[in-house]
Design a protein around this ligand. Structure first.
Ligand SMILES: [Zn+2]
Length: 589
């Protein structure tokens, strides 16, 4: 470090409003007020730390004393007054840090100063930083001065905690709220500084720094200095994440692969790698949740602006997001959230994380990547899973489940797929399956999974097939496919018990009805619908296959059977059991 090394936060402190980062609207208002000489006697600058409150106060003080004020309200930075400000020798500015000088005595010193008029220039500006730290007595002492200030005195109070400022002060101030600085704004500023210093810096690295700074430019600059010190004039992404102990987002992108292909072993191995690198599991889970959130907002044009990252990194997220559907994001984020909650309570933390990863791998259907990808038209066919109906319905870009009984003309919603065959049967749809905790209220609840090609967003399946398979198949072949699924997925106990109990009945060429006994089975099949349909369609070679789930009339208004219901059922079916209940005078409560 050279002798005249100046930390970036000081060296690159803006000297005019135009170089203040991330506070465009606010600085514009200040400049206009200065230009029009509409000055108040007291200002309150509120906002998080490191966002430019003191900097703006200093530029403000300089500008109102400038001898050649620019037409735009900027200080000239050349006149004697400006130079005195820039060299920190002006008597027209006085700063008090109330965090360390909060006594009545300190305020007295300040108010004594207020009585001295400016020797040169027009205004004397008194900046009180962290004004909420003043003691009650100091506040009171100050209030008098604030009520009757001399003509030349202007107070700028700054605080990170506006809610701690008493109303008597608030009512006497013009209030300016400073926003936290966005990641792209910080990155842009760091790029300018790198250029100025002759340092090469990867955007991805600056992005990491900006994210770590959490909206504070001052923090960003000191983190930048820290990374630069160990980077020998070349700030790379690697040097940044190592220096700042940040998990490489490459891990998250690799996990996406595993989630997409259903590669559980790969997901577990990546997790092990992360642990081996010394990263805390909870940190990882939260990072993963953030990553999934970023992918979700990147998946639709409406929300892509919510991505707080630089263009090329945002682009990476947009590309990645296009490989998943909206349902995946909702379920995945929910799983991460649950994992976060359970993690704190369980003794087997690694297990909770691994289980979450396994579930994440199952959402997209767990199809190996070498299998032919599903046409995009089917990716949106999964019914809203009853457990998560709300997010599905609030999806901005995901077409809502078709609530109409009339088939949607494929051509009207997906003009790029005119060849998609027209479905042959209208179907009844219950778009909002009752939550599993409520009894079914309708006599016969039918849930049909939308089988029409709908206006899928581009966020679905990247490698989509453009022509749907339409092979003819017999009911026997369909039943066979049904049983193949049962045979090949012995682990899915709950789903299989629902499937075993029902034989699909043909409604038309491609639509089959499954009658199940209770709402739990309806929910179970519904929530596995994507996977199940994909399997059946692959087996029979027809992408129009649809399932109509019907709740058996005798199952109406039953939930998962209660113990009592099970016993009643056994009693009704089994006379000996009924006799036993009688004989032993057993009561069913
Ligand atoms: Zn000037």
């Amino acid at each position: 470090m050279s002798e005249n090394y100046i930390v970036s936060a000081r060296k690159y402190r803006p000297s005019s409003f135009s170089t203040v980062v991330g506070q465009k609207a606010l600085t514009h208002t200040l400049k206009t007020a200065i230009k029009n000489e509409q000055l108040a006697h007291a200002y309150l600058f509120c906002g998080p730390r490191g966002v430019g409150k003191t900097t703006c106060a200093r530029i403000f003080a300089k500008a109102i004393n400038c001898e050649h004020l620019g037409a735009d309200g900027e200080p000239c930075n050349e006149c004697e007054s400006c130079q005195a400000f820039n060299e920190q020798r002006s008597y027209n500015i006085m700063e008090l840090d109330a965090a360390s000088n909060n006594s009545v005595e300190d305020i007295r010193t300040l108010t004594d100063q207020v009585r001295v008029p400016p020797q040169v220039g027009r205004y004397r500006v008194f900046i009180i930083d962290e004004v909420h730290m003043l003691s009650q007595a100091a506040f009171n002492a100050f209030l008098k001065t604030l009520e009757e200030p001399p003509e030349y005195a202007i107070f700028i109070l700054a605080t990170t905690e506006k809610q701690k400022i008493i109303p008597t002060i608030l009512s006497r101030c013009q209030i300016y709220d400073f926003a936290r600085i966005t990641v792209p704004d910080i990155v842009e500023q760091l790029q300018r500084i790198s250029q100025d210093k002759g340092v090469t810096a990867e955007t991805a690295a600056l992005n990491v720094i900006a994210q770590k700074a959490d909206g504070a430019m001052r923090d960003a600059l000191s983190i930048y200095d820290q990374v630069l010190a160990s980077s020998e004039g070349n700030i790379t992404y690697q040097s940044a994440i190592e220096n700042l102990n940040v998990l490489d987002y490459d891990y998250y992108f690799r996990l996406d692969e595993a989630f997409q292909t259903g590669d559980v072993p790969q997901a577990l191995l990546i997790y092990k790698e992360i642990r081996d690198k010394g990263f805390d599991s909870l940190y990882f889970v939260n990072g993963l949740a953030q990553h999934l959130r970023d992918l979700m907002v990147a998946s639709t044009p409406q929300t892509v602006g919510l991505l707080e990252m630089n263009n090329d990194i945002a682009q990476q997220h947009i590309t990645q997001a296009s490989r998943f559907n909206t349902r995946f994001f909702y379920l995945a984020m929910d799983l991460c959230n649950t994992c976060d909650l359970q993690y704190r309570e369980t003794s087997n933390k690694q297990f909770v994380v691994e289980l979450t990863l396994i579930k994440l791998c199952q959402i997209m259907g767990g199809t190996p990547v070498q299998q032919p990808p599903q046409p995009r038209v089917q990716k949106v066919m999964a019914a809203p899973t009853p457990a998560q109906p709300a997010p599905q319905q609030s999806a901005p870009a995901q077409p809502a489940p078709q609530a109409t009984a009339a088939p949607v003309q494929p051509a009207s919603t997906t003009p790029q797929q005119p060849a998609a065959p027209q479905p042959t049967a209208p179907r009844a749809v219950a778009p909002q399956p009752a939550a599993p905790t409520r009894p079914a209220s309708v006599a016969s609840r039918r849930i049909l999974i939308n089988k029409q090609p709908t206006g899928a967003t581009t966020s679905d399946a990247p490698a989509e097939r453009h022509t749907a398979r339409t092979a003819a198949f017999t009911p026997e072949q369909f039943t066979q496919a049904w049983h193949h699924y049962i045979e090949q997925n012995p682990g899915e106990i709950i789903l299989l018990s629902a499937m075993r109990n029902s034989v699909p009945q043909r409604l038309n060429d491609t639509t089959y009805q499954v009658e199940v006994e209770n709402t739990v089975q309806v929910e179970t099949i519904s929530s596995n619908m994507t996977k199940l349909l994909q399997f059946l369609r692959d087996e029979v070679g027809n992408d129009m296959v649809a399932l109509d789930i019907k709740l058996s009339p005798k199952g109406v208004s039953t939930m998962a059977k209660t113990d009592r219901e099970i016993v009643e059922d056994m009693r009704d079916r089994n006379p000996q059991f009924a006799q036993m209940i009688k004989d032993f005078k057993l009561s069913m409560t």
